[in-house]
Design a protein around this ligand. Sequence first.
Ligand code: ADP
Ligand code: MG
Length: 334
Amino acid sequence: MSLGEFDLIERFFWRPAGVGPHRAVVGNGDDCAVIAPTPGMQLAVSTDTLVEGRHFLSTVDPARLGHKALAVNLSDLAACGARPVAFTLALTLPRVDEAWLAGFASGLLALADAHECELIGGDTTAGPLAIGITVMGEVPAGQALLRSRAQAGDDLWVSGTPGEARLALEAFRGSLRPPLSGEAFEAVRARMECPTPRVALGLAVQGLAHAAIDVSDGLLGDLGHILRRSRVGAAVFVDALPVSPWLAGRPRDEQLDCVLAGGDDYELLLAVPPEHRARMAALSGELGLPLTRIGRLEAEPGLRLWTGALDAGAGAPAPQPMPHRWASFDHFKS
Ligand code: ADP
Ligand code: MG
């Protein structure tokens, strides 16, 4: 090892405390970081770990990996409606590779700076490559968006165009017939490797949404978490689902697999009362982010899929139930 543990931390990850908009009283480099919470706010805390071979390929660009490691954590804050404040980084490295570390730190810290989320400490050990991040955010007391507050009658909304990360994964696996064009592959690959956490949306739907979750394991699987916690059921209208331009020309079965069961998109799924439909539509324009109404929550437990129009008026063909086979991705299922 050319670079010792402390030199490595100092060179790549130390950030001066108390600079700019940040609120760390003591940053990294001491026994603890000390942060000053804003009066009247509650702290939202979440941890996510990325393990080589499980969550990312060993060949991934280190800057993208740094971005993604923080992005998946910021996505959890977004799903709670929290504003990012600070994070810690637990890094396990097989060796000291300075070029890799420089790339990783640049991707990580660029996203951190974009969200004014300060790196305030961490831990660095030797071992198989793994990245653990704990992120802290703030939310007005009692206002955190929870999975448990959805109500029958709420509309179900999804942000962005979910399914693109799954399309990229299948392209990497070589399972797509026909294969993707080079342009399509690069576009969906960027969505898988460099997801955008929907922080602004999470903040904007405070006071509008009853419940929210970020889609990391698949739209239907993650919807299932809202349904169980809120003790409601749902009707999802497959013909209302947003279809990414990169999925538009693909076989219908593949589209539905990607949109309904694909994970890793980090879009938000929201339960919003119907009186806020106009506000949600306006918000989509303000944020430059598609927001699509894909169904509704119902008192009857369970998840039901329908074909046909979500708001079929008089005289329109009645929606038809659709059998489904999509389950959530589960790391411990074979
Ligand atoms: P301790 O022995 O108290 O656990 P460490 O030797 O693990 O301290 O770390 C020394 C200092 O460097 C601490 O302030 C810690 O928060 C910081 N640090 C360690 N690893 C990282 C990292 N990967 N990123 C940012 N700060 C780190
Ligand atoms: Mg330590």
